[in-house]
Design a protein around this ligand. Structure first.
Ligand code: AVJ
Length: 336
């Protein structure tokens, strides 16, 4: 087996690595296949959804508290300031579906503002985290029916039976500018599937980060304390932990820059030297300076986002922006 000292072999030991071939469960095998596929491209890449293991989720929560990372506090302030107005547009007794559930801090703000929502369906890919947060929320809101759904919300959603035909208006909630992780085409596709899920009369409340001064943007993704760097580097640490890989995490560095032409922050891991990483019997060679693309975070002008939503059949009902023009909330009406 490669990577193991050849005890009973006369072959010379060229290089000792920590690479272990592990027996993988189904989820880990999907992760492994994605990693192998992504690292086999001319521009190596890893999907940003893999940032969020336990450690990555903790680091992301830390990012959200950084001075430089303005989106979280700005969006939270918008929800607080305009909660009543938003609730007025949404109306009473709705079924609320949250796409991707973080700490549910913003969710609580919205639920508190709403007039007795009847059902809350948080959808997330990370089962443990989702069930834990949903349980806590259900305890805090004993009158609210909480029905968590473990699913990858980038694919079509199968909603709980209860929601079908109970007549309640469906409202989607997608805070945090996670829409920024999709390129424009995928964003339209995602919005179309949301519109289908919500159905006629449905509404969608979505947070969207705005185009702004490049320095502000870059600082938000390359903070002085290096939390975002640790968050980015964690994805190769996760490959080591879960797939038995032997990435030398200290031989990579974080890079973030704003691609003005594409209107997006791009994040990379840069190899600091010529090196090879091994994962489940696959070898990935890096030249010095070679990169792994790990994330795109698209930024929008208000009208630009409105046009994108319109392509997916949504009509903008109202948009809210903070005084500094940093972040926006959009309430959209599904009109299939
Ligand atoms: C969770 C996608 C909204 O793009 O700002 C934060 C993720 N990456 N810092 C973002 C992220 C680096 C974040 N989203």
């Amino acid at each position: 087996m490669r990577g193991q000292p050849g005890k009973n072999s006369s072959e010379p030991e060229v290089r000792q690595t920590r690479d272990k071939t592990l027996a993988l469960d189904q989820d880990a095998q999907v992760f492994c296949d994605d990693v192998v596929q992504g690292l086999s491209q001319p521009q190596k890449q890893l999907a940003c959804k893999y940032f969020y293991d336990k450690r990555g989720s903790k680091l992301f929560d830390e990012i959200c508290r950084l001075d430089e990372y303005y989106p979280t506090r700005t969006e939270t302030a918008l929800l607080k300031t305009f909660g009543e107005e938003i609730a007025g547009l949404i109306g009473p007794g709705v079924c609320l579906i949250e796409y991707g559930c973080g700490s549910l801090v913003k969710t609580r703000l919205l639920i508190d503002a709403l007039d007795y929502p009847s059902l809350f369906v948080p959808v997330d890919i990370s089962e443990d985290h989702l069930l834990q947060s949903a349980k806590k929320l259900a305890e805090e809101y004993p009158d609210l029916d909480v029905q968590p759904q473990v699913a990858d919300f980038t694919r079509a959603l199968a909603l709980p039976e209860k929601m079908k035909g109970n007549g309640a208006k469906c409202i989607g909630f997608f805070p945090g500018s996670t829409i920024g992780n999709f390129d424009h085409e995928a964003a339209v596709g995602f919005l179309q599937s949301v519109s289908e899920t919500l159905g006629k009369g449905g509404g969608f409340l979505i947070g969207v980060d705005l185009k702004k001064d490049t320095d502000i943007l870059v600082r938000a993704y390359d903070d002085a304390q290096g939390v975002t760097a640790a968050f980015n580097l964690n994805v190769i640490g996760r490959i080591n932990r879960e797939l038995g890989g032997d990435f030398d995490v200290s031989a990579f560095r974080h890079r973030a820059f704003y691609n003005r032409l594409e209107g997006r922050i791009e994040m990379y891991l840069v190899s600091l030297k010529k090196q090879t990483a091994h994962i489940q019997g696959h070898d990935f060679a890096f030249t010095e300076g070679e990169t792994i693309h790990t994330e795109n975070s698209y930024k929008y002008h208000i009208e630009e986002f409105g046009a994108l939503a319109a392509k997916a059949g949504f009509a903008t009902v109202k948009t809210w922006v903070d005084d500094n023009g940093l972040f926006s909330l959009h309430y959209l009406a599904a009109s299939p």
